[in-house]
Write a protein that binds this ligand. Structure first.
Ligand SMILES: Cc1cc2nc3c(=O)[nH]c(=O)nc-3n(C[C@H](O)[C@H](O)[C@H](O)COP(=O)(O)OP(=O)(O)OC[C@H]3O[C@@H](n4cnc5c(N)ncnc54)[C@H](O)[C@@H]3O)c2cc1C
Length: 309
């Protein structure tokens, strides 16, 4: 039976949120999780390879991990309200606005925990329907599509270098298009990329146009220093241009960084009273399952030990 009567609302049902929820459940603390989709797990369902940096067992992919979360959820009954997309927070009236199956709803809060994570950054040019079958944001589950193809990988972070290296056994040529000559990726991966004969690194270049008829045939790239344009024959593009925060609904009273991630101080506090943020949505957080889980457990523990009477 619940003995604490505070309106604690967690937004999102990814690893960060569920980890906090499980800590609160242990102590029978009432709370509600608002999740816009119809399932728990957040980005885990998008991991199509064996999750890295996660030593709690070997999992074929993120879907397997999500199944385990479902087992946990069935046993301990996470209080998730699915199909509930949060659209705003009013810090003056202490109200959360959300849409549940097309109907606008409101709920009062004493505490809010924002755990809405991040999503792939989508390039507007990639929305061109003609080329949709030649444009990829994920490659792990369809590597054979790249067999003997000329592929351009766009980006300069770990995801871009890892994608280029993974394609070595499939593609005939790989171009890695980097908008500067600096890298956000790990040095060992960058060294492997630069030294591999199959990978051509194009520094200081940006992609400006996709060309073809019903298939992608070439891309136009521009040198950002000289302005020179160049056309390269390409069959497939892999975008690895980072992530965007799911923070569109956050009110201006909550401080965010220039990319829209939420700034927190100690104990995951935001600049607004009684509002916290955990997981990928936190400014400068390393986007990892273990980090999201750690944030959730730590904040849950803070609630139990210090915040709630
Ligand atoms: C392709 C891919 C591969 C990855 N590989 C690995 C890996 O190998 N190892 C690793 O450790 N990490 C990996 N990650 C990162 C890891 O998945 C994330 O760090 C982790 O899921 C973050 O958890 P989170 O709870 O902060 O956010 P998320 O998992 O993003 O969950 C956020 C939840 O909030 C919900 N939400 C968003 N907006 C709203 C709203 N307005 N209202 C209601 N609900 C909302 C979303 O639907 C989602 O369920 C990978 C991620 C991706 C995309």
């Amino acid at each position: 039976m619940s003995y604490l009567k505070k309106n604690i609302i967690i937004i999102g049902a990814g690893p960060a949120a569920l980890s906090m929820s499980s800590t609160l459940l242990m102590a029978n603390v009432d709370h509600i999780i608002l999740e816009k989709s119809e399932k728990p797990g957040g980005q885990l369902t998008e991991i199509h390879n064996e999750p890295e940096d996660f030593i709690i067992g070997l999992y074929k992919n993120g879907l397997e991990l999500t199944k385990k979360i479902n087992n946990f959820s069935n046993k301990y009954q996470f209080p998730i309200k699915f199909h509930s997309k949060v659209t705003g927070i009013d810090i003056h009236t202490k109200t959360i606005n959300y849409i549940h199956r097309g109907i606008e709803k409101h709920i009062n809060y004493d505490y809010v925990i924002i755990a809405t994570g991040s999503r792939f950054n989508i390039d507007k040019k990639s929305i061109d329907r003609r080329f949709s079958k030649d444009i990829y944001y994920r490659i792990s589950y369809n590597l054979n599509d790249f067999s003997n193809k000329k592929v351009a990988v766009i980006g300069n972070g770990d995801n871009a270098t890892i994608a280029a290296l993974r394609l070595i056994d499939y593609a005939s040529e790989i171009y890695l298009v980097n908008k500067s000559d600096r890298w956000k990726s790990r040095k060992d991966l960058v060294d492997n990329v630069i030294n591999h004969p199959k990978i051509i690194v194009l520094n200081h270049k940006i992609l400006i146009e996709l060309n073809g008829d019903t298939n992608l045939k070439s891309i136009e790239i521009k040198d950002i220093n000289t302005g020179d344009k160049n056309s390269i024959k390409i069959d497939k593009i892999v975008y690895k241009i980072g992530y965007l925060p799911n923070s569109e609904f956050i009110p201006q009273e909550i401080d965010m960084d220039e990319k829209g991630y939420i700034k927190v101080t100690e104990r995951y506090k935001t600049s607004a009273p009684n509002i916290f943020a955990i997981g990928d949505i936190v400014s400068s957080a390393y986007k990892r399952i273990s980090i999201a889980l750690g944030h959730g457990t730590e904040l849950g523990n803070f609630f139990l030990k210090e915040l709630l009477e």
